[in-house]
Design a protein around this ligand. Structure first.
Ligand code: ZN
Length: 445
């Protein structure tokens, strides 16, 4: 059997495990993420597991019968992690113009929604297209939020992705009584045959899920060991909404505008303290807070005291909505406090593509002094931790899976791992090759 490292988008489906001898790839730089970068490195694997990793001069002589593929002027990374996205919205690629405000954007997305008779067909194709966009940018793990999760989760699984499929929940005002039915539906064992896409739940946002509904959702997630993702502190207007159920987020663009009522509990201290009040920061399961574009020092102290909570920073989406015009994202303050910060793209309704590496390039433009190796950790090991993925995910380690993306570097010498990482992020190319060695559920078709 020939070495079948599948270039994206078609993932290699795991048959490599039967190969009789190890496979080795070498590159100018190998970045394991859980250990220092290796110059002129090599990785050997067999039966889906990494057997050896180190300088090529050490690894190659140990496996004289191995099939070897050399990647000069390249860097090998663990497959990247997109911690926050909505792949079912991929049909909105290049269809939503930059808005005046969030309400206009949401209304434009709703106008572009497929008619009911085409909905499932278009959602299915979108999820498949989204999975392909992930793989062609070097991403093999996602935190994907979906309203049509019974449709999208199996598609992501069969496409070769791993991660969490978060079922989106909304319950506020006159729709609060629908929560019980929504939670019962997402607890149905329809996804029992999935191996690599874990079921999670996503209470959407503080302006679409009221506090008691959030508390009930957290309790359900805790009982079922489900990871949680919620958009929190994405918009400055969340504070006004929580305090008075007023402002842009209570505006007439909402289809449920008339259903907002006086029984919605108010929160006077902003969305993060509201999330703490209703149990989200103490859920006992992995919790991804998407965006956290606005946070006070007191908010960050709360997040730092919540070890299961991570932040998904979505840099290009943040810029798309103009938040960078008012303030800077506090991801460095978060990391300094010990908060796990990972990278998300959000959907193509607010981003031209789903490349996590281009998110890092955008951070580098906004924060030129950024440590490139730290940025790559945010796009790999931090994302895996945020989603509660199995150990080894987001890293290259002996005994772990050989899930890797190989990226070309400019053809010039680099003095250090750091300088190579910086060049990689500045270039942000698609990968030459993605290696997927984990078994993938076969397609039903
Ligand atoms: Zn989102």
């Amino acid at each position: 059997m020939a070495l079948r490292a599948a270039a994206s988008p078609a993932p290699y489906n795991g048959a490599m495990s039967s190969h009789p001898s190890p496979l080795i790839i070498t590159a100018d730089f190998v970045l394991p993420m859980a250990a220092p970068g290796i110059v002129k490195g090599a990785i050997a694997w067999e039966h889906n597991r990494i057997m050896a990793m180190g300088p090529a001069d050490d690894v190659l002589p140990r496996y004289s019968g191995a099939i070897v593929r050399h990647y000069p002027h390249h860097v090998i990374l663990p497959a990247l992690v997109n911690t926050h996205t909505h792949l079912e919205l991929s049909y909105l690629t290049n269809r939503i113009a930059p808005p005046g405000d969030f309400g206009q954007w949401a209304a434009a997305c709703m106008r572009a929604a497929p008619p009911p008779e085409q909905l499932i067909s278009i959602v299915s194709k979108s999820a498949q297209w989204g999975a392909t966009m992930c793989q062609t940018s070097g991403v093999l793990a996602v935190g994907d939020v979906s309203r049509h999760y019974t449709v999208t989760r199996p598609i992501l699984e069969r496409a070769g992705l791993q991660g969490v499929g978060f079922a989106e929940v909304m319950a506020i005002g006159g729709r609060r009584s629908s929560l019980r039915e929504q939670l019962q539906r997402l607890c149905a064992p329809a996804d029992a045959d999935l191996i690599n896409i874990k079921s999670g739940v996503s209470p959407h946002a503080p302006y679409t899920v009221e506090g008691p509904a959030l508390r009930d959702t957290v309790e359900m997630a805790r009982a079922r060991h489900m990871p949680i993702c919620m958009h929190v502190a994405e918009l400055a207007e969340e504070s006004e909404f929580l305090a008075n159920i007023s402002g842009m987020l209570a505006g007439p663009w909402r289809p449920d505008h008339a259903l907002l009522d006086a029984a919605i509990p108010r929160g006077a201290h902003g969305p993060i303290q509201w999330a703490k009040q209703f149990g989200l920061l103490d859920a006992g399961v992995p919790v991804v807070l998407a965006h956290v574009n606005y946070a006070t020092d007191a908010d960050l102290d709360l997040l730092a005291a919540a070890p299961d909570v991570s932040v998904a920073y979505c840099p290009r989406t943040r810029s798309y909505f103009g938040h960078d015009d008012h303030s800077r994202h506090r991801w460095r303050d978060m990391l300094a406090r010990g908060i796990n910060v990972a990278i998300g793209t959000d959907s193509v309704a607010s981003n031209p593509d789903l490349s996590v590496l281009r998110e890092l390039r955008h951070i580098m433009k906004l924060f030129p002094e950024s440590d490139p190796q730290l940025l790559l950790k945010m796009a790999t090991v931090n994302g895996a931790r945020a989603l509660g993925l199995p150990s080894f995910a987001g890293t290259l380690q002996i005994g772990g899976p050989a899930e890797m993306a190989v990226f070309a570097l400019p053809e010039r010498p680099f003095r250090s791992v750091a300088s190579a990482c910086r060049a990689l992020i500045r270039r942000a190319p698609p990968p030459d090759t993605v290696y997927l060695t984990r078994p993938v559920t076969p397609s039903a078709h």
